[in-house]
Design a protein around this ligand. Structure first.
Ligand SMILES: C[C@H]1O[C@H](OP(=O)(O)OP(=O)(O)OC[C@H]2O[C@@H](n3cnc4c(=O)[nH]c(N)nc43)[C@H](O)[C@@H]2O)[C@@H](O)[C@@H](O)[C@@H]1N
Ligand SMILES: O=C(O)CCC(=O)C(=O)O
Length: 386
């Protein structure tokens, strides 16, 4: 048996945001400006985000979780309603449905893409179904055509959880040029573009955008900016229950700089992903990601799936990697296994979700990861195989 001659000098993290001097300067400028939340930098970030995505409106909020929550509120979804979503997703997907008093109904996935299986949707629709919350998991677009056909047939809203999908494409368009009513993005540090925390809702519907802008700021009738600039004494009213989901100008200033870097982030990730693909494809005990020809992946995460494995075996491999200073993560969680959503019904209804959550793992992938680090990770995986 060959042993690995070198040990990584320091832990290789699963992810690391790239934050440079330009972000520092941009944030300091905001701090010195005297306007620090939902001000000019937020408006600028929204404009630049719309220009990049090619959508009409972008509404910045405090996270993707609050973006999803607000999108459901603005869609009029509430108590007694059902929303179909995958269980193979971060818990925020289902939590956003629970926040509005609706019930998440979990749909199984397509094993090739780890996204909602359009052919499994119809069996879940009841008279209470109001929407489909589609996730573009780890940055790969869901098969939107099939999903939109079902949504149209039953008159359901389609909201896209694009938390991980900035820069990803479906049929030649960037995700976020909404195919449904709204798409929601995350700028959490585990995402490709980060503002610390932060989120964005994109839409082509002007009324919806107005509603979102109002609701994110306590539903006040006149914004603080309008009142600040008013030449006459003025007061706002609060005609419905709103939320405090504002993004700060420090976050937005960082976002503007990160958006400038996005092409280079995407290029680097795609390059490293193709290196993983090439090196790992010969290993018969794992499957590398498969990308349908009508999609372009951003590789927010690089996830491999172990063939003929169990959760215990996967965890053992993760432990071996950790002992070699390589951080990995279990696959995407299965929401239906967490206490607030757990039931026998879901455990038996979602076999593909169960298989992926038990047998996949996420390998390190980040902008500054060197090819030498990546070669080391590959070498360790080969040694585990032996
Ligand atoms: C369930 C989660 O799934 C995905 O994350 P994950 O479980 O694969 O990985 P996490 O443990 O959240 O990733 C955290 C890693 O991301 C890097 N990182 C760098 N900076 C940060 C930070 O500020 N916060 C967090 N949480 N992570 C940060 C570090 O390498 C850290 O170990 C993401 O989609 C997360 O947003 C989601 N919460
Ligand atoms: O809280 C987390 O770990 C991630 C949630 C997220 O991505 C968001 O709400 O923007």
């Amino acid at each position: 048996m060959t042993t690995i001659s070198v040990q990584a000098a320091a832990m290789i993290p699963v992810a690391r945001p790239f934050i440079g001097a330009e972000e520092e300067h941009a944030v300091i400028e905001v701090l010195r400006s005297g306007w620090v939340t939902q001000g000019p930098r937020v408006a600028e970030f929204e404009r630049e985000f719309s220009a990049y995505i090619g959508c009409d409106h972008s509404v910045a909020v405090s996270s993707c979780t609050t973006a999803l929550h607000l999108a459901l509120v603005a869609s009029g979804i509430g108590s007694g309603d059902e929303v179909i979503c995958p269980s193979l997703s971060f818990i925020a997907t289902a939590n956003s449905i629970a926040y509005v008093g609706a019930t998440p109904v979990f749909c199984d996935i397509d094993l090739a893409t780890y996204n909602l299986d359009p052919s499994a949707l119809e069996g879940l629709i009841t008279p209470r179904t109001k929407a489909i919350l589609v996730v573009h998991q780890i940055g790969l677009s869901a098969e939107m055509k099939g999903i939109l056909v079902v949504a149209k047939k039953y008159g359901l809203a389609v909201i896209e959880d694009a938390a991980c999908a900035i820069g990803s494409e479906y049929e030649g368009n960037l995700i976020g040029k909404p195919l449904g009513t709204m798409a929601c993005f995350s700028f959490h540090p585990r995402k490709i573009l980060t503002t610390g925390e932060g989120g964005m809702i994109t839409t082509n519907d002007a009324d919806l955008a107005d509603k979102l802008r109002k609701l994110r700021q306590h539903a006040m009738s006149l914004s603080d900016v309008v009142r600040h600039n008013a030449k006459q004494v003025t007061a706002e009213t609060y005609d419905e229950v709103g939320y405090n989901f504002r993004m700060t100008d420090m976050q937005a200033a960082m976002g503007v700089v990160q958006l400038d870097r996005l092409q280079s982030f995407l290029q680097r990730r795609r390059h490293l992903a193709s290196r993983y693909d090439e090196a790992l494809q010969p290993l018969p005990w794992l499957e590398t990601p498969s990308v349908p020809s009508n999609c372009r992946h951003n590789y927010q995460s690089y996830m491999i799936r172990l063939v003929d494995a169990s959760a215990a075996k996967r965890d053992l491999i993760m432990q071996r990697l950790l002992e070699k200073n390589i951080s990995s993560r279990r696959a995407i969680m299965a929401i239906h296994r967490e206490l607030p959503y757990r039931s026998e019904q879901w455990e038996t209804a979602l076999p593909k979700t169960n298989l992926v959550t038990d047998t996949a793992l996420i390998l390190p992938l980040f902008h500054q990861m060197t090819e030498a680090d990546q070669d080391y990770i590959i070498e360790v995986l080969y040694s585990i195989a032996r």
